[in-house]
Design a protein around this ligand. Structure first.
Ligand SMILES: Cc1ncc(COP(=O)(O)O)c(C=O)c1O
Length: 445
């Protein structure tokens, strides 16, 4: 581990490679050359089942036909001055706006950006344009990016350690993980008294929010439907509803970060639908390009992003409207439109993962709990063994590798979020390989 708690890379970093943009590029100590379906292959032709799916972007798996089709659509006009409008851009923006407006239930507008953190930055600009620069509420364990602005919104102090600039005022609400919460009632779920207590935010001075008579009020509550980097924690829906109602009563906007959860990662199309809340602003990203290109979109209900409040030139970026990026999104949206039984398919993936992982939990003392929601399965270990377990799963030469997710914020948690198109057979193989790695870890400890 490094001084600040982040795992150190396992291999030597070549003299031409900056290290700060590596996110735990360890394990495995391999170089990948090819991906197909749910498998990656290294220079030796060794297959790895990918239960991490390129940071959760790869809902459709490694699928070259998707890019071939997108390139075909972009070929007639592969670039465009950013002050020029295109048919393609208007079509993609309208498709995204239609999807999100239908899901939220009110009309809204969509703006484009390049990646998750940038999308959050644009969302917060729209917040500021409408509500000013007052405090933003986030959960402890939240992750909204590592850019100089979003690092303030994300939980870990590591993300802010090498950037001295001031950021937004942030109030962090208690980590919404019932399993580690000291107030958890016997029946499970959040204790309603906790949400009732949090309703003192904005009236009680010691809670850190401006009170009603302060010049600058609460700007927003920014939340993930499932904390991704924070350990795949799902906040209790009743708790979330009560909190969002309260923030609205203080004048704040509800901003939902669907960067990881959007487009069926948790089952329903959008994670906020699990909580029964109506966002004012939604940020989506990962599944929109199936991992191929940086892209994000920000949906804001009318009139939050209308030209009167968010005028042209407020926020722009050279490549956000790149025809190739838009063509990829257009192609991916066609796929989503054509997948009619997506929730049932994700349900089958959930059931297969749950069955295989429960078997591991029953036979291993190292596994404290298994939780599966849609296409995300978290395995909570009895100690901070996630990095070692990932190494054992990926690197044992006597069987195919298995790629798992883990994060510095949740060192006792490994997560599987494989492509949503993973077959039952491949999902079974993933849990079988994980079981073998858990056995190896048990022997080692
Ligand atoms: C919920 C959430 N928000 C924001 C981000 C940041 O996205 P990016 O890495 O594209 O900047 C991520 C990335 O993992 C995420 O999962």
């Amino acid at each position: 581990m490094t001084a600040q708690g982040a795992p150190a890379p396992s291999r030597d970093i070549p003299p031409y490679l900056a290290a700060g943009d590596l996110v735990y590029r360890t394990p495995p100590d391999a170089r990948f050359v090819r991906g197909e379906g749910v498998r990656l292959y290294d220079t030796n032709g060794r297959p790895y089942l990918d239960a991490e799916a390129a940071n959760g972007t790869l809902s459709w798996g490694y699928d070259a036909s998707l890019l071939t089709e997108a390139c075909r659509r972009a070929l007639p006009m592969p670039a465009l001055p950013s002050f020029c409008e295109s048919e393609l851009r208007l079509r993609v923006v309208q498709r995204l706006a239609d999807r999100l407006s239908a899901a939220v239930g009110v009309p809204g507008r969509v703006a484009l950006e390049l990646g998750g953190a940038q999308g959050i930055e644009m969302a917060m600009r729209i917040v500021a344009a409408n509500r000013g620069g007052g405090p933003v509420l986030v959960f402890q364990g939240a992750y909204h990016g590592r850019s100089p602005f979003t690092a303030h919104l994300s939980a870990s102090a590591r993300y802010r350690s090498n950037q001295p600039w001031p950021g937004p005022q942030v109030v962090r609400l208690p980590y919404p993980d019932c399993r580690s919460c000291p107030h958890r009632p016997a029946a499970g779920g959040c204790n309603p008294a906790c949400a009732a207590g949090l309703e003192r935010l904005g009236t009680d001075d010691c809670f850190g929010l401006p009170t009603a008579d302060a010049p600058q009020g609460t700007a927003a509550f920014l939340l993930e439907p499932m904390l991704n980097v924070g350990g795949c924690v799902v906040p209790d829906p009743a708790h979330v509803r009560r909190l969002t109602d309260h923030v609205r009563s203080l004048g704040g906007l509800i901003v939902v970060d669907e960067i990881f959860t959007g487009l069926h990662r948790l089952g329903p199309e959008w994670g906020f639908q699990l909580h029964g809340i109506q966002p004012d602003i939604v940020v989506a990203s990962k599944a929109l390009t199936n991992g191929a290109l940086a892209f994000s979109c920000v949906w804001a209900r009318e009139p939050l992003a209308s030209p009167e409040v968010f005028p042209p030139g407020s926020h722009s970026s050279t490549f956000a409207g790149s025809p190739l990026g838009l063509a990829v999104v257009d192609t991916v949206l066609d796929r989503w439109d054509a997948w009619h039984d997506v929730e049932a398919s994700v349900g089958r993936l959930r059931d297969t993962l749950a069955k295989g992982l429960s078997r591991i939990a029953e036979s291993s003392e190292l596994v404290r709990a298994v939780d599966v929601l849609g296409g995300v399965a978290r395995v909570t270990l009895s100690g901070p063994y996630a990095t070692r377990l990932r190494a054992l799963a990926a690197e044992r030469p006597d069987r195919p590798g298995l790629l798992l997710a883990s994060t510095g914020m949740a060192p006792a948690t490994v997560v599987l979020h494989p492509p949503l198109v993973t077959s039952t057979e491949d999902a079974e193989e993933m849990t079988e390989l994980l079981g073998r790695a858990v056995d190896d870890l048990e022997r080692e400890l």
